[in-house]
Design a protein around this ligand. Sequence first.
Ligand code: GSH
Length: 281
Amino acid sequence: MRYELYYWPGIQGRGEYVRLALEEAGADYVDVARGAHGTAAMMKMMEAKTTPPFAPPFLKAGKLVIGQTANILFYLGSRHGLAPKTEAGRLWLHQLQLTVTDFVLEVHDTHHPLGPSLYYEDQKAAAKKRTDEFWSERVPKYLGYFERLLEDNGGNYVTGRRLTYIDLSTFQLVEGLRYAFPRRMKAFERKIPGLVDLRDRVAARPNITAYLASDRRIAFNEDGIFSGTTRRWTGKGMSFRDGPIGPDPESRDSGSAPKGASRNDSVFFYSFINSRRYQAS
Ligand SMILES: N[C@@H](CCC(=O)N[C@@H](CS)C(=O)NCC(=O)O)C(=O)O
């Protein structure tokens, strides 16, 4: 069966946790929204009368349409040897992935603390404050938790004796934090040696190495969840200007559009977020 993955085409975002699992499993899949008319097809799926997903990512597996990243991984994990066989093991893994879901939202909130439908430009001060709190309190708590689980489990995998999707997800967390907060992450990494080692071992797995080198892996960019605080939203017309706002301790140096960034994607994404279609009147 060929899976259909639906996710915003220009960013890794939450879709990346699903892509990593599909790639590690060597599963046959198409990243629908990256193809011609793909975004329109994705929007259509969300308007279905039966089990419409609230937001991407979602996966079409035969007749099933599965939304919510953790739910998709729950489904894929047991079908592709990326989850334990026992119910207790699968629920534990699912619980851990839901904790990743919580953390990902907090990452997002470092640049949009007042809400995703407001411009970054209008929440810069709050974003700075939130980022400081994120690094002093939340990163140590979340990553410290996963580091401890890894250590208590013998150091090879977060849970069990074989790789599961949570190992892929922690790989992505380390990668994303390195991109979005290079200096803070560099300083922090000495506190999570186990996770850094796991990140390296995941990157060295043949299917993951091949994936990371392929054009299926979208480069991190400023439109994604791991976007640091260098965005520059202007006006009310959903326009987007690239470039660092500095002086911000985490701003990157480049003033040009990052590789992989797409103005249209971010416009589409924020139009969707602001859409009144799903709002109660
Ligand atoms: N809890 C969901 C969150 C899904 C989500 O927020 N998707 C974003 C893109 S990463 C989106 O398109 N959101 C639209 C919205 O919130 O209106 C998951 O983990 O999959």
